[in-house]
Ligand binder design. Structure first.
Ligand SMILES: NC(=O)c1ccc[n+]([C@@H]2O[C@H](COP(=O)([O-])OP(=O)(O)OC[C@H]3O[C@@H](n4cnc5c(N)ncnc54)[C@H](OP(=O)(O)O)[C@@H]3O)[C@@H](O)[C@H]2O)c1
Length: 348
């Protein structure tokens, strides 16, 4: 069935004025690793006219992120899968979101969305800053939520100083790859921990990390001692579990730890680690968890700083792009398994 038709607006944008949205439903509660049975593709009719204040957005790129795995546990079966997307406004009755605008919206896994921002209490969509010739998809990665997670989490919680040693886990992913590079920009040594030799090579050769450890080889603590013989000042933790236990053992006096995520236990029971309290007392460590929305009121500051560093050639990015909205679950499952380098996105 053909559900959309093409239209050319006066501004010259070829628009896809849809009458039906496709959307992915959380069909079955996650248990262990997600699989195809957790998701169901549905359609939903769209209204033919917009009310004052509304616009119709068509998704161009959708994000698949680790947080979706734990966060969806709070939703009943039958809910829309949550998530952000970069979309194009294709119809509008809202002057702040004109036809043709490229926007970020927390619209979930759906191709078309009618939105009135004034009716939302949080997660309001925004028009993306001008990225110039850079792809709009970066609004889901280094110039969006993950980039801001790296920017604010590292700078605000860890306060990196010249000459310090920074370790980041999940280093070859969207957040981790930016953390290591921003640490370098602040004059630190950066060591990354990732899941394949190819990712470790990429971190060092392309992104300029000073060292990298493939945690699947099982020698994290020995490798940390070799690569950071004088100890670790800052740890940006994306994974938790035994990797974190090994890093904490090698931390220096007054070390700072930003707890960003615990992906090592998103699909499984929490692994027991040795009680870390003794290290925290004698090394006088500080550990703080955070959620990036804490810096909502400074959102554009992070995007603009990362954009400037990209333009200066100091911050590189990578995207792993899956083509086709129908492959959203595949892209999500693949990302959780480590199939991505840099940001995992889906091109509709
Ligand atoms: N606090 C916040 O506000 C905030 C915001 C964004 C993201 N986060 C968190 O930050 C972390 C990274 O997110 P991201 O978006 O940048 O994802 P990502 O790193 O691009 O993708 C996830 C990566 O996690 C790694 N991984 C999977 N299972 C693992 C395990 N058992 N142990 C160690 N690593 C594992 C895989 O890489 P390998 O090949 O290296 O295993 C995979 O590529 C996640 O924990 C996420 O929840 C937090």
């Amino acid at each position: 069935m053909r559900s959309v038709w093409l239209q050319v607006t006066r501004r010259g944008y070829a628009t896809n004025t849809a009458n039906v949205a496709r959307k992915w439903i959380y069909a079955k509660t996650f248990k262990g690793e997600p699989n195809a049975s957790n998701f169901r593709l549905e359609t939903e009719p769209l209204p033919s006219t917009l009310q004052e204040g509304e616009f119709l957005a068509e998704a161009e790129y959708l994000s698949v992120d680790p947080y979706m795995r734990p966060y969806m546990l709070a939703y009943p079966e039958g809910s829309l899968m949550i998530g952000g997307q970069v979309a194009r406004v294709i119809k509008s009755a809202n002057a702040r979101f004109p036809v043709g605008a490229s926007i970020f919206g927390q619209f979930g896994w759906r191709t078309h969305t009618v939105c009135d921002p004034a009716r939302l209490e949080k997660d309001r969509p925004y028009v993306l800053p001008d990225f110039g010739s850079l792809p709009a998809s970066l609004g889901l990665g280094v110039l969006g939520m993950p980039g801001n997670t790296a920017y604010f989490g590292l700078r605000e919680l860890c306060q990196p100083k010249v000459g310090e040693t920074v370790v980041v886990s999940g280093a070859a992913g969207a957040v981790g790859s930016a953390v290591g590079q921003i640490a370098k920009i602040h004059g630190c040594r950066a060591i990354g921990i990732a899941g394949t030799d190819a990712k470790c090579d990429w971190l060092q050769r392309t992104l300029g990390f000073d060292g990298a450890i493939n945690y699947k080889r099982g020698e994290v603590y020995a490798e940390l001692k070799r690569l950071a013989p004088k100890g670790i000042d800052i740890y940006f933790d994306n994974v938790g579990g035994p990797i974190t236990e090994a890093v904490v053992k090698q931390m220096n006096l007054y070390g700072r730890i930003a707890v960003c995520g615990t992906i090592s236990n998103y699909n499984s029971a929490i692994t027991k680690v040795t009680d870390p309290q003794r290290q925290f007392v004698f090394k006088q460590l500080r550990m703080e968890g955070f959620v990036v929305w804490r810096w909502n009121d400074r959102w554009l500051e992070g995007i603009e700083a990362n954009l400037k560093w990209i333009r200066e050639g100091r911050l590189a990015y990578e995207e792993t792009v899956t083509k086709g909205f129908e492959r959203m679950p595949d892209a999500f499952i693949d990302m959780l398994r480590g199939g991505n380098t840099g940001k995992a996105v889906v091109k509709v």
